[in-house]
Structures are given as C-alpha cells and as structure tokens.
Ligand binder design. Structure first.
Ligand code: NAD
Ligand code: UDX
Length: 507
C-alpha cells in the first residue's frame, strides 16, 4: 500500500511506519511516547548527528528527561529504532515527522530575529529526492506561518510521476522536564492541513495515530496556517505572562509588596489562572525567545509595526529582568564583584533538564564575569564542558584571552561551590537546593554571607537562613540593604548567543 499512489476511493490510509527526522529534545521523546502508546507502529528516529544517535542507542540517553529512559527501554529494538540511515527510514515510512531545529538566524537578512529554516528545507529536498509512493510529511518543528508553503513548493518543483506527498502541520507543545507526561496527557493535539479531500484524508490518518491514547475532543484540526501560527502564539502568550509578572516583581522590590502574594491573589481569579506567574531571573530555553522574535519579525515583514513592538516588549522585559538581578547582586556586594568568589547554583534553564539553551544563568554569569567575579558553578545535570562552552561564546565572555575557564570553576557539588564564597546566587529552581545544610555552608563562607534567590526556592527557609546570619535577597521582595537604586538606561544593550554584541555591556 505505502509504495502506491493514493486513490481516495480506497479505505482510509493507515499509518504503520513513521520516520522522524531530528533526534533532539522533541523528536526523541515524542517518538518514544508514540512508540509506547502504539506498539503496532514501527518508528525510526534519524539524525545527521551520529554521536546523538549512538547515545539514543546506549544506556546514557543524550538528553535528561524524567521518565524517558524507562519508555525508551520498553520500546527500543521492538518498535522504536534510532539510526543515521536517513534515506532508508524516509523510503520505508508512511509518515515523516520533521523535528529538526529552527534556531534564530545568526547571519544575513533577519539576523537575530527570523527563524533559520535551512534544516527544514534540507529535509524537504531529501524527502522528495529519495521518496516514492504516498507519504504524509508533517512539520513538528516550530516554524513561521506559511513555512508549509515552502515545503510544498519544493515538493511540487521536484515531483515525480510515482510520488504523492501531503504536507501537514502538527506542532509540539511539550515542555522540557515534563515532556513524557505532557506527551502522554496533552492539553491538546493540533493538526493543520489543506482544505482539500486529500488534505483532510491525511489529517484523519494522523488523528488515528493520536487516538490510540488521546481523547478525540482534545485533537483539534485546522487549516495549515492556523496550526503554524497557534504554536508561535501559544509560546508568545506564555512568555508574555512571565514578563508581566517579572515587571511587577520590580515594583514589589521597590514598594514592599511581595510578588508571591501578588501572583497568588491575581492567579486566584479563574479568568487569569495561577500557572506561569512565577517571578524569576527571566525565562530561558530554546523556544520562548526564538519564537517571540520570530513573531516580531513576521509582524514587521507584514507591515504591522505596532504589533511587532508589542511583542518585542516581552523580550526586552526579559533582558531587563536578567540585568536587574545581576545589578542587584553587585549593588549588594558593595558595588564590586571584582575577584570575589561567587557560587552560582543551577545552570539549566529550568529544573529537571540538562538543557542550557538561552538559560538566564548564562546571562547572569556574563554580567558577573564582566565585573571580574570568580564564578564557581554547580548544576546537578549540566555537563562541565557544556557550561564552559556556553560561557566561552564571544557574546558572553569578552576577555582578550577568550578563556572563560580562567574565571570559572565547575564544581562537583553545591558545598564545594559555596566554600569560601562571598555570595550564593540561585539561578535554577532545583529541589535539592532546598535541602542543603545551610549551617555548614554559612560557616564556610566569607561574612557577610549573601544569598540571592532568583527563583524563590528558599522562601520557606528565610527565617532560618536569616537566623544563621545570611543576608537573603530574593526576586520580587523588598531589598534589605541600603543600595543605590538601579536606573535602567534608555538604551538597552542587547546580545544573544546567536548574535555577538557590538560593545561590552555596562551594568
Ligand atoms: P534539537 O536541536 O534538540 O534537535 C534537532 C535535531 O535535528 C538535531 O539533533 C540535529 O542534528 C537534527 N537535524 C538538523 N538537520 C537535520 C537534517 N537535515 N537531517 C537529519 N537531522 C537533522 O532541537 P529540539 O529542541 O528538538 O527542537 C526541534 C524543533 O521543535 C524546533 O523547531 C523547536 O522550536 C521545536 N520545539 C522544541 C521544544 C523543546 O522543548 N525543545 C518544544 C516544542 C517545539
Ligand atoms: C516551552 C512551552 O512551555 C512549551 O509548551 C513549548 O512546547 C516549548 O517551550 P520549555 O521552554 O521547555 O517549554 O519550558 P517552560 O516550562 O515553558 O519554561 C520556560 C522558561 O520560563 C524557563 O526558564 C522557566 O524557568 C521560566 N518560567 C516558567 C518562569 O520564569 N516562570 C514561570 O511561571 C514559568
């Protein structure tokens, strides 16, 4: 059946073999859960990165995600396979997920804002080059609106007589750290396709895969463009909530209100809801910044400057929050961090992941390194090489030596990081940071000993910590020492991992 062209009078097309291009944070977990939920579907996840595929086939998976190893071990070698033989997997499949990375462009037109679709295009060209018969090609990566049109054009321009490729959009909404649960119990599954009989048939075939475990009323179908746009807008709304609460955290610090109380009171209105109202050092991760910037770029390209400016503000507020937090640390440390040992706890962009992409820890580190601080960093899941690599990026470490390792030490545990330190800076909300023996830590620190809690993880310990002698400074709570108030300059210096800054950032 799969090697023949589809004729709409035939019985509904059944997906028996799936190929997923891209074995990353989305492709790996998504296909592992589909394999687990659909034992009769044969799934091959492929990637150009051989080391990544080898890791998926080993006991040490390339990504840390709670519950993932168990799912992989249940299915791998039965109906779940990881391979670098991309062409073979494409040829044998009924459905192809494109789950490759779509980072912010780091060059040329749209640099620093537009999504780089070069990997999507290369997948489309490979698919049309090696395929025959009928296949459903599904965008799982997050893409700008109308990206599917480019894929269709590549297909149409290279079409062969024995080939029929249908294009769908099926964006992924999983969050890292909770991916397995998000995939098993999604709020919704969104599938967009052409409003033609062929398009609708392809949608139904993909719906049937999800119906193995997702209730029908949670599977929604739309046209392709609504599906693509809904993904960008979902992430933009989530990021906007964080920037909104973070903006109010600055007001709390200036007035004596407590952001946790305000978030609780505001979130109890069921029209607003309590989720995503946690003030922090700013949102990180590979998606929020990239997708909001993508939305901004799209609006600009469509001549909607007011809409673009509105969403740009979400990013600007996030940059401001990171800078504000770093500035507070330096103010409290008597306006200088030069040669001071600072323990930075948490480098991942959130707890329960080893992912550091766009982590606020990188930017807080940057500001402290600019001041000449000696950073001693500990994270339970991030590899030492990853931290050094992130901090050695030219947009982050601007010392002539280019060697971040000169001012950065990666520690094996939190006690080692805090030993002899002037201050502890908590950037990731790992639960284990609540369980540390702060009496021992305080004894071994220089005095006054500071804790800067950028995640409100130590709220319940505050009285105890203060009794031990710590000066505790937290996001969204009034500052406890006399300090020169931070005045943001009108001109906000911007930098990103993708775009080296033009000048050194001054706090
Ligand atoms: P990732 O970088 O972890 O993985 C992408 C993989 O694709 C890499 O291993 C890369 O080697 C591979 N790849 C790139 N081009 C290829 C090609 N031509 N052939 C074969 N393999 C190729 O990225 P990710 O975090 O999994 O994100 C993938 C997409 O999903 C992005 O568009 C992202 O925005 C979106 N998304 C991510 C998340 C998330 O939490 N990470 C959630 C929802 C959606
Ligand atoms: C996000 C979306 O949640 C998910 O639906 C999408 O598919 C991918 O992007 P992810 O980036 O993995 O997922 O994690 P998320 O839980 O959304 O957190 C993103 C960042 O926001 C993290 O740095 C997190 O610490 C921060 N955050 C989140 C806050 O600062 N406050 C909050 O209240 C929630």
């Amino acid at each position: 059946m799969e090697q023949q062209l589809r004729n709409l009078t035939e019985a509904m097309f059944e997906i028996k073999k799936i190929c997923c291009i891209g074995a990353g944070y989305v492709g790996g977990p998504t296909c592992s859960v589909i394999a687990h939920m659909c034992p009769k579907i044969h799934i091959t996840v492929v990637d150009v990165n051989q080391a990544r595929i080898e890791a998926w086939n080993s006991n040490t998976l390339p990504i840390y995600e709670p519950g993932l190893k168990e799912v992989v071990e249940l299915c791998r070698g039965k109906n779940l396979f990881f391979s670098t033989d991309i062409d073979k997997a494409i040829q044998e499949s009924d459905l192809i997920f494109i789950s490759v990375n779509t980072p912010t462009k780091a060059y040329g037109m749209g640099k620093g804002r537009a999504a780089d679709l070069k990997h999507i295009e290369s997948c489309a060209r490979r698919i049309v080059a090696v395929s025959n018969g009928y296949k459903i090609v599904t965008e799982k990566s997050t893409v700008p609106v109308r990206a599917a049109e480019s894929i269709r054009r590549i297909f149409q321009s290279n079409i062969k007589p024995d080939l029929n490729l249908q294009v769908l959009s099926n964006p992924e909404f999983l969050a890292e750290g909770t991916a397995v649960n998000d995939l098993k119990n999604p709020d919704r599954v969104l599938i967009g396709g052409d409003d033609t009989p062929e398009g609708q048939e392809a949608i139904q075939a993909l719906c049937a895969v999800y119906e193995h475990w997702v209730p029908k009323n949670k599977i929604i179908t739309t046209n392709t463009w609504s599906s693509e746009l809904s993904k960008l807008v979902s992430n933009a709304f989530l990021a906007q909530r964080i920037s909104s609460i973070n903006s109010i955290s600055a007001l709390c610090e200036a007035t004596g209100a407590d952001i946790e109380d305000v978030a609780c009171a505001v979130g109890m209105d069921h029209r607003i809801g309590s989720k995503f109202l946690k003030a922090s050092v700013g949102f990180g991760g590979s998606c929020f910044q990239k997708d909001v910037l993508n939305l901004v770029y799209l609006c600009e390209a469509l001549n909607l400057p007011e809409v673009a400016q509105y969403w740009q503000q979400v990013i600007d507020m996030n940059d401001y929050q990171r800078r504000r937090f770093a500035s507070r640390i330096i103010d409290c440390l008597f306006n200088t961090a030069t040669d001071k040992k600072i323990a930075l706890l948490g480098f991942a962009f959130k707890k329960d992941t080893g992912d550091t992409r766009e982590s606020s820890s990188i930017y807080i580190s940057k500001y402290l390194l600019d001041e000449g601080a000696n950073l001693h960093i500990f994270d339970p899941k991030v590899r030492k090489e990853q931290i050094i690599c992130d901090l050695s990026h030219p947009s982050i470490f601007q010392d002539a030596s280019g060697q971040a390792s000169r001012l950065v030490t990666i520690c094996n545990d939190a006690y080692e990081a805090c030993d002899g330190a002037h201050a502890i800076v908590i950037c990731t909300e790992w639960d284990e940071f609540k369980l540390l023996d702060y009496e021992v830590i305080h004894k071994n620190m220089l005095k006054p000993a500071f804790i800067f809690d950028g995640r409100r993880v130590l709220d319940e310990l505050h009285p105890k910590l203060q009794k031990l002698g710590f000066q505790v400074e937290t996001i969204g709570k009034k500052i406890t020492v006399q300090r020169i108030p931070f005045t943001p300059t009108a001109e906000v210096p911007k930098f990103s991992l993708q775009e080296p800054p033009l000048k050194k950032v001054k706090l």
